[in-house]
Design a protein around this ligand. Structure first.
Ligand code: HEC
Ligand code: HEC
Ligand code: HEC
Ligand code: HEC
Ligand code: HEC
Ligand code: HEC
Ligand code: HEC
Ligand code: HEC
Ligand code: HEC
Ligand code: HEC
Length: 321
């Protein structure tokens, strides 16, 4: 194919940057076929693929009409617009590698192309299959059938490709994109005690694989506890005296995203402990005669049972040492 307009794309890079900061991944512009029946759009697209009428001049054809859009041109700031990257769309079918064959679209732009994002009438599975045609690798081995796939979240609702800076691929902005949909987690990470997500010292994808995994909640590890041990290795057993809810699931007591209670506890001790342990009998024990406040003050139950994660002390059966 032909030369890409890389010289004059670069000169547009700066104004684009400012523009992109406000655009994020949302595709707000409407295509003329957005209002069409999705089934009709799909049929036309299938027909176009069957006929295989790609443009003879690739991107140059498209840019005859689309070069005025700073958003379109920003493609050349990223990997997908770089002819020199092996396997990049630009090294092959160019724009049509993603948007499908031109067909009769150049007659006034009315015939549909493949468009992306939540407003597109093109079914999510079809949108995603475009991306997966090049990205079906280890990282997305279990994409199919994962929570996001099942909920019709498209690749393009997280990723922007017409940009040199994809906000979700940047640790400084990832959390912002994830929490634009996950409002519960957004609230949690701003609570009194939380993992340092609000300062971008940690990101959602430190714990989750956004492309899906074999564990519940798409964790990078096989279980909640394996996830926690990957950073809190000192909590991994075996201990001489285990506390069974700890070995069972750290989330029995902690909310990994954050909480109003200290140490991200799902509720405050003694209530937390009493949700499993009946308190009657214990308080009337003569041992506590002079320590009436021990149950409520400061460390509460942990005043005495300080080894709540388990004990390695020979006489630590009651998690007191
Ligand atoms: C003769 C002019 C012309 C050519 C050539 C052309 N288009 Fe378009 N295209 C249009 C018009 C007009 C629209 C509808 C108005 C708009 O959204 O810009 C449109 C819309 C689109 C849209 C939807 C935009 C949106 O707002 O969601 C995409 C995607 C698109 N074109 C891709 C392409 C690609 C890829 C090529 C090259 C293979 C191409 N076009 C070639 C005129 C053209
Ligand atoms: C890697 C796949 C890919 C390639 C290659 C690609 N696009 Fe896109 N295009 C997208 C996605 C995804 C969107 C939705 C917005 C976004 O994610 O940035 C989009 C959006 C658009 C839009 C709508 C922009 C708007 O204003 O909302 C137009 C027009 C368009 N592309 C034209 C082109 C043209 C012309 C080319 C070639 C120069 C091209 N695209 C190459 C994937 C691609
Ligand atoms: C024609 C093949 C092709 C298609 C289609 C394609 N990509 Fe890519 N993509 C690539 C290549 C090649 C790279 C660069 C890989 C590398 O550097 O190792 C890449 C890199 C990426 C990256 C990493 C970005 C970066 O800056 O390193 C993301 C995210 C991505 N693609 C998302 C998408 C999405 C979303 C779509 C669909 C809208 C898509 N791709 C469609 C070939 C493709
Ligand atoms: C829920 C948001 C989300 C969705 C949906 C999503 N991604 Fe990603 N993607 C991310 C995040 C976050 C990263 C960076 C962190 C990482 O690599 O895990 C990333 C990284 C990537 C990368 C570069 C690193 C790598 O994993 O190879 C590619 C390529 C990519 N995504 C492609 C895709 C494709 C293709 C789809 C659709 C099948 C998709 N993504 C759907 C969030 C998402
Ligand atoms: C420290 C690790 C960690 C981080 C960081 C993290 N998560 Fe989680 N997330 C988990 C664990 C563990 C679970 C499973 C909790 C359970 O089973 O009760 C989970 C569950 C979820 C769920 C399922 C709903 C639920 O509450 O059970 C969603 C949605 C989610 N996380 C989104 C996010 C988002 C968005 C971010 C970034 C703001 C994020 N997570 C950051 C560990 C983490
Ligand atoms: C476009 C909206 C959107 C974005 C952006 C998004 N998600 Fe989701 N996510 C969803 C939907 C919808 C579901 C499925 C419904 C549900 O379980 O909440 C989901 C489900 C999940 C689940 C599984 C929940 C469960 O029930 O076990 C996790 C974990 C998750 N997302 C993490 C992330 C992470 C991490 C990011 C950023 C990298 C992210 N999401 C970005 C919409 C989104
Ligand atoms: C990617 C690494 C990482 C993973 C995985 C991780 N943590 Fe953390 N955790 C940290 C860091 C870093 C801190 C320290 C935060 C600080 O000092 O502000 C922390 C702090 C904590 C704290 C103390 C918070 C406070 O307010 O005192 C608790 C409780 C905690 N993590 C529980 C968990 C649980 C439960 C899991 C598994 C669901 C987990 N962590 C998974 C890195 C991680
Ligand atoms: C039975 C409830 C319970 C379970 C289950 C639990 N924790 Fe805790 N955790 C606590 C309490 C209570 C505190 C705060 C009191 C203290 O230890 O000083 C705490 C504090 C922490 C802290 C911060 C202080 C410290 O000890 O470093 C981390 C980190 C932590 N837990 C990690 C984990 C991990 C990882 C798991 C799973 C292996 C887990 N917790 C399971 C109750 C629990
Ligand atoms: C999710 C339920 C659950 C929660 C919450 C919980 N525990 Fe436990 N705890 C257990 C179970 C189950 C055992 C094992 C009982 C047994 O072996 O008879 C246990 C054992 C103990 C033991 C040792 C008792 C013995 O006879 O060996 C102590 C002490 C203890 N827990 C204290 C606490 C404290 C303090 C808290 C609050 C920080 C707490 N537990 C929260 C379920 C829980
Ligand atoms: C002042 C110290 C102290 C405080 C505070 C305390 N305990 Fe104990 N706990 C003990 C001692 C000593 C024993 C062993 C004597 C006995 O069996 O009564 C014990 C025994 C236990 C046992 C095992 C025996 C049984 O009764 O089943 C559990 C479970 C337990 N405590 C839970 C808790 C919980 C939950 C709290 C907070 C509501 C708490 N403890 C507060 C000192 C304390």
């Amino acid at each position: 194919m032909m030369n890409m307009g890389s010289a004059w794309t670069k000169s547009k890079a700066l104004p684009c940057l400012l523009f992109l900061f406000t655009v994020f991944s949302l595709n707000l512009a409407a295509a003329p076929w957005d209002d069409k029946d999705p089934a009709e759009v799909e049929a036309i697209l299938d027909q176009k693929f069957a006929e295989g009428k790609y443009s003879s001049k690739g991107a140059d054809t498209c840019l005859m009409c689309h070069r005025k859009s700073t958003k379109v041109m920003a493609l050349f700031d990223g990997v997908h617009g770089n002819v020199n990257i092996k396997g990049s769309p630009m090294a092959e079918l160019q724009c049509e590698a993603c948007h499908g064959p031109l067909g009769k679209h150049n007659r006034g732009g009315k015939e549909p192309m493949i468009t992306f994002g939540i407003n597109s009438p093109v079914p999510t599975q079809k949108q995603n299959s475009v991306c997966m045609s090049c990205h079906n690798d280890d990282q997305r081995m279990v994409w199919s059938g994962n929570h996001h796939d099942n909920a019709d979240v498209s690749c393009a609702s997280c990723h922007s490709v017409h940009t040199g800076h994809d906000p979700i691929s940047d640790r400084k902005t990832e959390v912002e994109v994830c929490t634009s949909c996950h409002t519960q987690q957004k609230a949690d990470i701003h609570k009194r005690s939380s993992h340092p997500l609000k300062w971008q010292q940690m990101v959602c994808s430190d714990c989750h694989n956004p492309h899906g995994s074999l564990s519940d909640s798409s964790l990078k590890q096989m279980s909640v506890n394996e996830n926690c041990y990957s950073c809190h290795a000192e909590k991994r057993g075996p201990k001489l005296w285990e506390h069974s809810p700890v070995t069972d699931n750290c989330a029995n007591c902690h909310n990994p995203h954050g909480s109003v209670n200290e140490a991200m506890l799902i509720s405050k001790p003694p209530q937390l402990c009493q949700s499993c342990h009946a308190s009657d009998g214990h308080a009337s024990n003569p041992v506590f005669a002079n320590q009436k406040n021990a149950f409520n003050a400061g460390q509460s139950c942990m005043n005495c049972h300080s080894q709540v994660h388990g004990s390695n002390h020979p006489s630590g059966k009651l998690l007191q040492r």
